[in-house]
Design a protein around this ligand. Structure first.
Ligand code: ASP
Length: 628
């Protein structure tokens, strides 16, 4: 008998006694009824075979014309994707015809009754062939058929397990799950709002939340202490592989915490969740590595480093500076010397095994470096004999070339790639080359999950255009306690920020969690003191009036006793995609949108009914007539 404790055992209904994945050799001789879709039908004249499919699996059904002429006749008319229910007796398959790849592969159902519950048109793509290429547009238009495919079913199941595991850890850790509204006032997260016009208050709009940021902070003022939510967020920005206009975040906030408390909890939660959802994957390094933003940029050229492989950035300046008695750079290669003399950097990465790369490969890498913003890319190849070659050796001399290669950690057979530019460009270009080469050369083990933290980002960056300090991450983030003084000693008029304000040096209590080179989430300990919050917003260029208009509720709430608090949000879509080995979050979303924000299945967005517009007092102006 099938295991009565199995979670699918309770799925029996009038249409089925078992699911299509349940029957085993131990069920042989028992009666059973199954229901599902015709995955494949093979007509052998006397015998018809139907592979019957539901989410739980496939079972082979055999209908014999001699035993059951009526069932045989109905089965002969069934086509792919017809919905049927079949009943009969479970039998062991004949020796030699078992299918070891199917959990039900030892048995078949000898059906004496076949009922077609519903017919189906021929689907626009093969549902029963996992390798058949399918046009992406068709997949999205007929998403309900796409989801019938096993790979999609497994990914949605994985996502469901992920959310379940998240809920379990939070409930066990004293969190309360609270739903916050979707019709709210703007909560800026650096993107455009989606707005919803109000019918009851004509001329006014709600904003859909870019995140529940303000609401969760208000819940802390309300004494909820530990909140979490699987929250839908909406951001009107251009789409990429890891972005959709609406997406789901694990959003959480905790009271009476510092940076370490939040990071420690999230780290433990991420480990428990990963172990529960994908126990077969290897977790790299627990506790997770923690880098300051500065260190991440120096070592990996990225604030979301993939730490599954090394290939770290190496500073070549000490060797180059040593070339002159007074410390002035005199390597003989003008590009290096000028970069250092001008306050820039000369840094390298060492690519294992590419030492004998042909000219065309070097050209490709140089093109990539230029695309990433460098003026050029220098290289040194270490030959098998250990001698260092490359077009710049004639400027550097063999001795310095060898010392640079040695400093970069290159071994015979390796290639050293060097960028000389401003600090920001040098780190960024090498960081991108590192990420690209790591994937191309298979240095990053796909089975490994490498979580890491990057924290202590600069709180502000100067916005030249608008003459203000923009928050690099969250406008509500607090700064490190030792940097608070930089906010309060801001020179001159608060309402007139200048690029020389000491606040520019303040480091935020901001932490990002990174997984395999993706930013999985970010959060911060917030400014919870009313005076500091006002100052921070002023630096960010908010006038008192605008501050009141946008964050009035929060500013007022902070006058009624706000506890120290902090939190984070993690992208559930990204997390599920990474756990499911996917590079596009669409693959773990049931009904995603296209690059241009369309739902091809529902045909959204679409023109509104004129009556709806009239009711809202709205009129489109300057929109080309789409029907004309
Ligand atoms: N609200 C932030 C975001 O959506 C996360 C946080 O700071 O908690 O990125």
């Amino acid at each position: 008998m099938s295991d009565p404790t199995s979670p699918v055992a309770g799925l029996a209904t009038p249409y089925r006694t078992h699911t299509c994945g349940a029957l085993r050799a131990s069920d042989a001789g028992s009666p059973a009824r199954l229901a599902g879709w015709v995955h494949r039908r093979r007509d052998h004249g006397q015998l018809i075979f139907i592979d019957l499919r539901d989410r739980h699996g496939l079972t082979q059904v055999v209908i014999d014309a001699t035993d059951s002429p009526e069932a045989h006749e109905i089965a002969s008319r069934a086509r792919s994707e017809f919905v049927v229910t079949v009943a009969g007796e479970v039998a062991r398959r004949l020796p030699g015809t078992e299918n070891p790849r199917l959990p039900t592969g030892e048995i078949e159902l000898r059906a004496t009754e076949v009922t077609v519950l519903n017919e189906a048109k021929t689907p626009p793509f093969y549902i029963n062939d996992p390798d058949a290429p399918i046009d992406e547009t068709l997949r999205l238009k007929y998403r309900y058929l796409d989801i019938r495919r096993e790979a999609m079913q497994r990914r949605l199941e994985l996502r469901s397990r992920l959310v379940q595991a998240i809920r379990e850890v939070h409930h066990a850790s004293g969190f309360v799950e609270v739903e916050t509204p979707n019709l709210i006032k703007s909560t800026p997260e650096g993107a455009r709002d989606f707005i919803v016009p109000s019918r009851l208050q004509p001329g006014e709009v709600y904003a859909l939340p870019q995140s529940p940021q303000q609401l969760k902070q208000l819940l802390m003022v309300a004494g909820v202490d530990r909140y979490f939510q699987i929250a839908r967020c909406f951001r009107d920005e251009d789409l990429r592989g890891d972005r959709q206009p609406e997406f789901t975040q694990l959003d959480l906030e905790m009271s009476f915490v510092d940076e370490a408390t939040v990071m420690d909890f999230v780290e433990r939660m991420a480990i428990e969740v990963s172990r529960a959802v994908v126990p077969e994957r290897t977790l790299l390094a627990t506790p997770f590595q923690r880098f300051t933003y500065h260190e991440a940029m120096e070592r990996f050229g990225s604030d979301k480093p993939d730490v599954r492989f090394a290939m770290e950035l190496v500073d070549l300046a000490p060797e180059i500076r040593g070339t002159a008695a007074d410390g002035a750079p005199a390597s003989g290669f003008r590009v290096f010397d000028e970069a250092l003399a001008g306050g820039g950097r000369v840094k390298a990465i060492t690519v294992p095994g590419l030492g004998d790369a042909p000219r065309s490969r070097i050209d490709e890498l140089t093109e990539a470096a230029k695309r990433f913003g460098a003026r050029g890319l220098a290289h040194l190849s270490v030959e098998a004999s250990g001698s260092v070659k490359g077009p710049i050796v004639k400027f550097l001399g063999e001795d310095l070339a060898e010392r640079l290669a040695a400093r970069a950690g290159a071994k015979p057979g390796d290639l050293v790639l060097i960028v000389a530019d401003s600090s920001a460009v040098t780190n960024d270009v090498l960081g991108r080359l590192r990420a690209e080469l790591g994937t191309q050369l298979g240095l990053a083990d796909p089975d490994v999950l490498a979580y890491a933290w990057v924290h202590r980002f600069p709180m502000y960056q100067w916005d030249v255009e608008n003459g203000r300090w923009d928050a690099t991450h969250n406008p509500f983030s607090g700064v490190l306690p030792e940097d608070e003084v930089l906010l309060t000693t801001t020179s001159g008029d608060l309402a007139q920020p200048t690029p020389d304000d000491p606040a520019g040096r303040a480091r935020a209590m901001q932490y990002d969690i990174v997984l395999n080179g993706w930013e999985l989430g970010g959060g911060s300990v917030r400014i919870w003191r009313h005076d500091l919050l006002e100052r921070s917003f002023a630096l960010q260029g908010y006038s008192r009036e605008r501050m009141q208009n946008m964050f009035g509720a929060m500013l007022e709430a902070f006058e009624y006793g706000a506890p120290p608090h902090g939190g984070i949000a993690l992208g559930i879509d990204r997390w599920a995609a990474l756990l499911a080995y996917q590079v596009n979050i669409r693959e773990v979303m049931a009904f995603p949108k296209t690059q241009s924000g369309s739902d091809l299945m529902l045909d959204a967005p679409s023109e509104p009914d004129p009556a709806q517009l009239a009711e809202l007092g709205l009129q489109f102006v300057g929109v080309p007539n789409r029907t004309g």
